[in-house]
Every structure is written in C-alpha cells, then in structure tokens.
Design a protein around this ligand. Structure first.
Ligand code: PLP
Length: 403
C-alpha cells in the first residue's frame, strides 16, 4: 500500500482503480487545504485592491508564480504567465508570436505524436500566414530518431513545437538535442510539458526551451490553472493575446499601452485560488521527490507490462522498457472496441481512457482508429495493477468473445 495514497481523500474507502492519471491526476489534501485556507482567509480580487485581503491575495498569487518559475528552472518569475491550461498556453504563443513572426514559406516542425493541442494552433497559423507544417516521424515505440530532427529542421524552420512526453506512448523526446538543432537554424522551440511536469524534473534552461507549457490538473493541482514559460526577450516583443482589465498601463478613448510581462498576458481577473493550489501541488511533488515518483511508476509499469505480455490477445504500444512509459500503457484487446473495454472495466470500478487520445495523426500512423490507455501514477499500488490485469484477462469473456 502506498503511504502517499492516504493523502488523497478521493481514495478513502473507495475500491475504484484510477488509471486515467494522464488525463487528470487526483489532488492530495495538502492542495485542497491550501485552497481552502486561501478561500477562508483572504479571497479578494488581486492586483488592484489597496486593502489587506486583496494585498494578501496578490502576494499568494505572485508566490505561486515564483513556485512555478523555480519548479521548471525559469530564471525570472516574470517569465511565467498563468493560463488556464497547456492548450491555452500554446494558443497564446500561436496567436501572439506565431501570427506576428511566421510568413509564407516558413516551416513549423512538429512530431506525428503531438496532442491536438499542439497541432491545431499551428494549423491555424499555417492557414493564416502561409507557413507550412512539417512532421517528424517517430518509430513505432515512440522514439524520435536523430535523423528526423537533423533532416526536417532546416533554414526554413521558424518554430519547432514538440511534446516532452507523448500522451499515448509515454516516450520522452530528446528536447535538448532537438533544441540545439533548432537554435543552430535560428528557430524558436516550444515544448508541450503537459505529460512531463507530473513525472520528471524539468529545467527549461537545460532543455533549451524558448516556450514551455504545462497544466496544473495533470500534476496534482486544480483544473483551470496552467502556465506558459516564455523567454523574457520573446515575451517582451509579443503583443497580448487577450485584452481588457488588469493588463494595461494607460487607456484613452482610442488606444492603450500595456503593462509589462507577465501582466500583459493576464487580462481580466486571474485564477488566484488555482495558482495557490498549483503552488501547493508543486510543494507536494517536491516533497515526494521525482526519484521516488519515477521509481514507483517504473515498478508499477514493469509489473503491468509483465502481466500483459502473458496475454496473447493484448497488443501493447510503446517501448518494451517500463522506464520509457512515464506510467502510460496504451493497448488494444483483439476483437474488442476500446470503448467497450473501458465501459466493461468501469463496471468493475476501473477507470481507463479509450479513444484517439486527441492524437489522431499518431493513431493513423500506428494503423488504429483508437486504443485503450491505462495511465499510472506514484499513488497507485501493485494490488491495483494485479486487479486490473486480472480484469483484463476476463474482458473478452465479458464482452462475449470467449475467454
Ligand atoms: N498536450 C499533451 C501532451 C496532453 O496530454 C494534453 C492533455 O491530455 C494536452 C496537451 C492538453 O492539456 P489541457 O487539456 O490541460 O490543456
């Protein structure tokens, strides 16, 4: 039994096996308590108030910004813009940087395994600027060969947008190597960190990221809060994505001047309580430690892969090596639609994901329309893996295909 598990109220007295952590992780009581304490002690509109509660809300919000900056190795707090999630962070870059800096003939380089959140904003930019999308192909297990980024990133490349970890295969992309090639060609590098920040230490400087996007709800924090890291020189050049209150210096009837970064990108009342929750989530992750998180995930994934290898009807996608999954195990059961697999497992109180996982180009590349996905986190247990594997052996029988 994982001792961390006791920190998560949702598991108390529940027999539910939650294996959909790549979609949204659960929240420990430390996060819930931090948000409650904020709510009960100082909740007020931040940034503009001159009274104590508002000042304390502002302080809590800025402390959270500092926590995120420190967590991902940003040099300055003002390089962190709070957003709703990874999707909004990437859209901010697409609208504010992409539309201003991409031109006909330029190339945007992605991988075939990107989440739709890191494809559609670039399709929009390509449509509106005349830039072209170029895809780097991965191996079937998700590995991105050096020949792909060495050949596809060229003098025409203006942006390389790539996930650090695939949400389908769990494979980790060689961001530093990709960024080195991109920077030699004068391109800007955006890293989608939605699936890496929950599982591994991140240092945006060491990675060579110019932009880095993350979501709070995937790393023990609340929904509705995410962040964008941007290199200060880039953020300062960019026009705001959204306009309105809180992001201005002066406004006349005809025009406005904008506040410095990061306020320039945080129009309207911000999600201060979400930021407080994210900051508490970061404290919690640091307390557990990424060595422990990675070891637990590797052990649980190893156990699951061992069990699944003994099931001839099950196809597992991704690496043979459990350390190269970030807890994500994507699979299909012969003859069974993944939606049916997920539904029948739900009746056993087991939560997994089924579908295209917002990665349709990767599905096409793998030659499937959809898959099932179990995604484990450090608070899951061996008992859960065993119960899940036992259930998997029965799925075909439950669905009427014989055992
Ligand atoms: N990028 C990746 C790799 C993801 O896995 C996800 C969500 O699953 C996203 C982006 C989008 O995250 P959000 O829905 O929090 O914006």
């Amino acid at each position: 039994m994982s001792s961390y598990r006791e920190d998560f109220p949702i598991f108390k007295g529940s027999d539910v096996i939650y294996f959909d952590n790549a979609a949204t992780s659960q929240r420990p009581r430390q996060v819930i308590e931090a948000m409650r304490s904020f709510n009960d002690s100082c909740n007020a509109n931040p940034l503009r108030g001159l009274y104590d509660w508002s000042v304390r809300t502002t302080d809590a919000y800025e402390a959270a910004r500092h926590a995120v900056a420190h967590f991902i190795g940003a040099e300055r707090d003002c390089e962190i813009v709070f957003t709703r999630n990874t999707t909004e962070s990437i859209n901010l870059v697409a609208y504010s940087w992409g539309l201003a800096n991409l031109h006909a003939g330029d190339e945007i380089v992605l991988t075939v395994s990107e989440h739709h959140s890191n494809i559609l904003p670039w399709q929009m930019c390509a449509r509106r600027t005349g830039a072209r999308l170029v895809y780097m192909e991965c191996e079937k297990d998700g590995t991105l060969p050096a020949s792909e980024y060495e050949s596809k990133i060229t003098d025409r490349t203006k942006l390389v947008a790539v996930a650090e970890v695939s949400n389908v295969l769990g494979a980790v992309n060689p961001i530093r190597e990709i960024a080195d090639v991109a920077h030699r060609k004068g391109a800007v590098v955006l890293v989608d960190g939605a699936q890496s920040t929950p599982h591994m230490p991140v240092d945006v400087k060491a990675l060579g990221a110019d932009f880095y996007a993350l979501s709070g709800h995937k790393m023990l924090g609340p929904m509705g809060i995410g962040a964008l890291y941007g290199r200060i020189a880039l953020l300062e050049e960019m026009q705001p994505f959204l306009t309105g209150g809180e992001m201005i210096e002066t406004v006349t009837r005809e025009s406005a001047t904008f506040a410095p970064v990061p306020e320039k990108f945080e129009a309207g009342t911000v999600n201060a309580m979400g930021a407080v929750g994210l900051s508490a989530a970061i404290d919690y992750l640091n307390g557990v430690g990424f060595d422990t998180i990675m070891r637990k995930e590797r052990d649980l994934t190893g156990l699951l892969l061992d069990r699944m290898r003994k099931m001839p009807e099950v196809t597992v996608y991704g690496s043979e090596d459990p350390a190269k999954h970030c807890g994500i195990v994507t699979f299909n059961i012969e003859g069974c639609h993944p939606h049916d697999v997920a539904s029948v497992l739900d009746s056993e109180h087991i939560c997994i994901r089924a579908g295209h996982h917002c990665a349709q180009p990767l599905m096409k590349y793998l030659g499937v329309s959809s898959t099932a996905r179990a995604s484990l986190y450090f608070y899951n247990t061996e008992e859960e893996v065993e119960r899940f594997a036992d259930a998997l052996t029965k799925v075909r029988g439950w669905l009427g295909y014989g055992a």
